[in-house]
Design a protein around this ligand. Structure first.
Ligand SMILES: Cc1cc2nc3c(=O)[nH]c(=O)nc-3n(C[C@H](O)[C@H](O)[C@H](O)COP(=O)(O)O)c2cc1C
Length: 207
């Protein structure tokens, strides 16, 4: 029998580490979306959070194209997704496409940190969404050229990911056995000693 949405949400939580933000522990990427719209005020809040991310030279190079269900923007973003992602993201009430200016606005020189900054803004958006009880699911699986064309995105903007945003739905609504299995599997992560280092290849000693 398939687990309920509430059971899956519990199963996906990261183990509690005292002092770690609850939004960090509770954020996970659902593929099943409930048939419930995101209020305009909550949508504004997730972008307010993104707005306050740090960026190189405070350039804030990110741009977010946002489409709510049935809008032309939603349809356009959806049309660029690969088939696998279209299979589940059709139910997402909000689709967001992130882009970042590859040039500094103040002098036109290349900004090598544009995607880093976009990622920081996107991560902040996702954590704010989690704290509002929303789920986000990032996707690299979309056709960048088609997205550029659909929105007339200039060449000096780099594209990030598409983010599906909404409320978590019942896993059974995914319909497909493999998708349901992925939706109901606990999340895993590398241990800290694999990526927090004091010298290259040497784990840092942490408290
Ligand atoms: C940049 C990026 C691209 C991703 N692309 C896809 C995608 O195209 N399709 C998909 O189903 N999931 C995609 N994911 C979701 C990841 O598989 C997911 O974040 C990862 O398995 C960790 O799970 P969690 O977010 O629930 O912790 C992507 C995530 C990121 C950050």
């Amino acid at each position: 029998m398939t687990l309920s949405a509430a059971e899956v949400h519990r199963l996906k939580q990261a183990p509690v580490v005292d002092g770690v933000l609850s939004a960090v522990l509770s954020r996970w990427s659902a593929r099943s979306f409930a048939d419930r719209d995101v209020s305009p005020s909550d949508l504004r809040k997730v972008f307010e959070a993104a707005r306050w991310a740090a960026s190189s030279n405070n350039e804030q190079p990110w741009r977010f194209l946002v489409g709510t269900r049935n809008s032309l923007t939603h349809k356009k973003i959806f049309s660029t997704l690969i088939g696998f992602n279209q299979g589940w993201a059709a139910a997402a009430p909000v689709l967001i496409l992130g882009a970042a200016s590859a040039k500094f606005a103040h002098n036109g020189s290349p900004n090598a940190y544009a995607l880093y900054d976009l990622g920081a803004a996107a991560a902040t958006l996702c954590l704010q969404a989690a704290s509002l009880g929303l789920t986000t699911h990032s996707m690299a699986g979309f056709d960048q050229a088609a997205a550029r064309q659909a929105f007339g995105i200039p060449e000096d903007y780099l594209l990030g990911a598409v983010i599906a945003l909404g409320y978590q739905g019942e896993p059974s609504a995914l319909g497909h056995e493999k998708l349901i299995a992925q939706e109901t599997t606990p999340r895993t992560r590398k241990p800290l000693n694999e990526f927090v280092l004091s010298a290259w290849g040497e784990p840092a000693i942490l408290g």
